[in-house]
Design a protein around this ligand. Structure first.
Ligand SMILES: C[S@@+](CC[C@H](N)C(=O)[O-])C[C@H]1O[C@@H](n2cnc3c(N)ncnc32)[C@H](O)[C@@H]1O
Length: 400
């Protein structure tokens, strides 16, 4: 028998033998692992609950449904606490915000052909087996309703043996679907796909890099301004997460009349903030900048927004370019923003709102700012990746 001592940041249980890493267990639990690897919980934790989703046992999409919400919230917050403590940082934590069940508005599913037709779902844990998840508790009801369309698409798009990736995003007038496949898009297939998109009410269907049909522009609403993101473009995982992050970014930058939005995406923060401040949005993907710019031009009662496509890892904005701004918003990918944070630290900028999905790079970048004289008065964990080990944070940095 083994006792679970703690969880790794990926949610695996460290066992008392000092070597086993076990899935779907909780600290304090006594477990038995049979010769064939079957895991039996002998003494369950008081934090253990019956998984809300009937697919949890087989599906690998979620990792933490066997734990109570308060346990998961505390565990996620502790991951951030430890990453910051390792850098000597101890900010005050605001209460965690967790997105509700059935609120994930974007998902990457897989599809494959079967004898009867096609199936769509998530892979099981650490294996290639695909599991159908018609009652998935993570995705919005609209995304779940799109499964029939995705199956029909798979039947058309997938070769007999392979698998395809289906990136589906909820949009106001029907799902926005990106198919990633090695099958060629023939003229005949194009006609069939367009008919399928029409039949199932997809707003847009894109085949690898090639738009097949746009029936309705797949508009996303950023604070009242509509933007049509390029296919598969980054979006915050839930509307709730987006609103919570935006509320914090808005609060942090409320006094700024000129703001620079670094790693701006399609304008999740830029466009809502443009209702009261001027913004310069910088982002590596030209198509996202074009989408943001078009949204701004068609928007109403927005202050001036300028855009710039730029690789911020290789060519971060230098201190003299930053001197035009009162505040910066920075929301880098998982790698963080080491080079850009260095130049921000050496600039005259007084206020920074930093958003991050990686505790380790966030702590590294936060430390650089604190060492340069910024204070980090608080931090908030926003759990828009419910039941997964992922976590998101937002924090202000202000010059002392
Ligand atoms: C976490 S997303 C944030 C996007 C946006 N702030 C939002 O909330 O929708 C990070 C963004 O950084 C962009 N990005 C990744 N690497 C980059 C780089 N080297 N230079 C500039 N932008 C980059 C991605 O395209 C993506 O849009």
């Amino acid at each position: 028998m083994l006792t679970i001592e703690s969880l790794t940041h990926l949610g695996m249980g460290r066992a008392s033998d000092g070597q086993s890493l076990l899935p779907r267990v909780l600290p304090g639990e006594e477990v038995d692992v049979a010769q064939d690897g079957t895991l039996r919980i002998i003494t369950p934790s008081t934090d253990r609950v019956a998984a809300p989703c009937r697919h949890y046992k087989s599906c690998g999409g979620c990792a933490m449904q066997h734990a109570t919400d308060p346990f998961v919230a505390q565990w996620k917050q502790d991951i951030i606490v430890k990453a910051l403590q390792a850098r000597g940082l101890t900010p005050e934590f605001r209460p965690i915000e967790t997105s509700p069940a059935q609120s994930r508005r974007r998902a990457k599913l897989s599809g494959r052909r079967t004898k009867k037709g096609a199936m769509v779902g998530f892979h099981t844990r650490a294996s290639d087996t695909l599991v159908e998840v018609p009652d998935c508790q993570l995705l919005t009801p609209n995304l779940r309703d799109s499964f029939a369309a995705l199956e029909a698409l798979t039947a058309l798009a997938c070769s007999r043996k392979g698998e395809i990736d289906l990136t589906v995003t909820e949009a106001a007038l029907g799902p926005d679907v990106l198919v990633t496949t090695d099958k060629d898009l023939t003229p005949q297939l194009r006609v069939e796909l367009a008919a399928l998109a029409n039949q199932f009410g997809l707003s847009r269907l894109v085949w690898n890099d090639e738009p097949v049909v746009t029936i309705n522009p797949p508009v996303q609403d950023f604070g009242g301004t509509g933007v049509v993101p390029p296919p598969g473009a980054f979006l915050q995982a839930t509307k709730h997460g987006e609103h919570t992050l935006l509320a914090a970014v808005d609060e942090i930058t409320h006094k700024a009349s000129r703001i620079i939005d670094l790693f701006a995406g399609c304008g999740t923060f830029t466009l809502p903030l443009a209702k009261r401040s001027e913004l310069h949005a910088v982002e590596g993907e030209a198509a996202m900048m074009e989408a943001l710019d078009r949204g701004w031009r068609e928007g109403h009662q927005l202050r001036r927004v300028t855009t710039e496509t730029r690789d911020l890892f290789r060519r971060p904005l230098e201190a003299d370019e930053l001197r035009h701004f009162d505040a910066a918003v920075i929301d880098p990918p998982r790698a963080g923003a080491e080079a850009q944070i260095e130049t921000l630290a050496g600039s005259d900028i007084k206020t920074i709102a930093m958003v991050s999905c990686n505790p380790v790079t966030f702590a590294r970048d936060a430390k650089t700012l604190v060492d340069a004289g910024f204070a980090m008065p608080w931090i908030q964990v926003v759990d828009q990746f419910r039941w997964s080990p992922h976590v998101e944070v937002v924090a202000p940095f202000t010059r002392k």
